[in-house]
Design a protein around this ligand. Structure first.
Ligand SMILES: [Zn+2]
Length: 93
């Protein structure tokens, strides 16, 4: 497998259009770096797991199913695994 990069970028806060949590950072996974969000990139909300797309100005909108299908399946699985690991670190209420 090709080496993958994981980079976290802090940016202006935006609300997830699905759960309304404030998202002010993005962790990207890619084959070339640095991995920073750009308009049209697909991402996953760390709170509600809704697939989203960055808009111009790095706002967020819900992703269309075909946009999620275009993401490399290996990268999609890695993002899900990363969020599962983050969930394990969150305090339980
Ligand atoms: Zn959300």
């Amino acid at each position: 497998m090709t080496d993958l990069r994981v980079d976290t970028t802090h940016h202006a806060p935006h609300h997830c259009p699905s759960c309304r949590h404030v998202l002010d950072a993005s962790t990207g996974v890619g084959r070339e770096g640095p991995v920073v969000p750009a308009p049209g990139d697909v991402t996953l909300c760390a709170y509600c797991r809704t697939w989203l797309v960055y808009t111009d100005g790095l706002g967020l909108r819900p992703a269309e199913p075909d946009e999620v299908e275009q993401v490399d399946p290996t990268l999609r699985a890695l993002v899900q695994q990363h969020l599962d690991a983050v969930d394990q670190l969150r305090p339980k209420h």
